[in-house]
Write a protein that binds this ligand. Structure first.
Ligand code: ADP
Ligand code: MG
Length: 251
């Protein structure tokens, strides 16, 4: 897919998300050590690293699923480190799990259910649902149970759902995993579309090529920390990143 797809240029003045010196262990086993990252509005950043390197743990720490040992998280310069998960969501952090996580109800009700929690007026809830059904090519599936959707369709529904809270930051965990190439291209377009909403996006995937086609820059996580960060062509030159992740991969 061509990069000409990019819709907006992001402004690199104030980061929308900042993670400072974040460390997280499970049962005394360090998973992340002193992680630092910044994400700007409208920017798409790829997060890559071997299985079990802590990508999902980093997401869980940012959304508030996990309590961290040390470090701070700022959303639009506001310290949210001690805020619970639902408040972080309300303040603008959205998350797409690497697992298939939809309710056992119609596509329409999956969207309406979330709208009813976060939007007060009934007519605005309906408007939002119709807008998302149209924008994410789900209108023809509106009355289908979400459990019957194909892999690509369920990803579209999950991505659409992240937008209901008008997020500033969207964390996508393997949104293109286990999809056929043509469906990957479809999902890539929808990820790029998130930029038109001005959101900062972090996205993980194991297919480096698929990821590199849509990101502005990438970070490689390994040995509990970020070992390389920058434009795809630059991190491919990092010896450490080649040793831990890329191997003999060539772009
Ligand atoms: P990735 O997403 O990069 O594949 P994860 O963040 O899922 O990696 O996992 C990083 C490490 O943390 C793994 O060794 C995993 O077993 C461990 N881990 C993840 N979640 C938990 C948990 N809830 N309790 C204990 N260990 C966990
Ligand atoms: Mg993971």
């Amino acid at each position: 897919m061509k990069k000409s797809f990019r819709i907006i240029k992001f402004k690199k003045n104030k980061p929308v998300l900042q993670v400072k010196n974040l460390s997280k262990s499970f049962d005394g086993r360090p998973i992340l050590k002193k992680i630092n990252l910044e994400l700007y509005p409208g920017e798409i950043v790829g997060l890559i690293g071997p299985n079990g390197s802590g990508k999902s743990t980093l997401y869980g720490s940012i959304i508030g699923q996990y309590k961290v040992e040390s470090g701070s998280i700022f959303l639009s310069q506001k310290d949210i480190t001690s805020k619970p998960i639902h408040e972080r969501a309300k303040l603008g952090i959205a998350y797409l799990s690497q697992y298939r996580s939809v309710f056992n109800m119609t596509v329409l009700d999956n969207l309406l259910g979330i709208c009813q929690i976060s939007i007060k007026e009934t007519d605005k809830q309906k408007l939002m649902v119709e807008k998302l059904l149209t924008e994410f090519n789900l209108q023809h599936l509106r009355n289908i149970n979400a459990n019957s959707l194909s892999g690509g369709e369920v990803r579209r529904l999950q991505i659409a759902r992240t937008l209901i809270n008008e997020p500033k930051v969207i964390l996508l965990d393997e949104p293109m995993a286990a999809l056929d190439p043509i469906i990957v291209q479809d999902i890539q377009k929808f990820i790029l579309k998130l930029q038109s909403y001005g959101c900062g996006v972090i996205v993980t995937d194991h297919q480096v090529q698929n990821l590199f086609e849509i990101v502005d820059r990438a970070m490689v996580i390994g040995e509990q920390t970020i070992i390389a960060s920058g434009k795809p062509k630059d991190i491919l030159k990092s010896e450490k990143a080649r040793e831990i992740y890329f191997g003999s991969y060539e772009n």
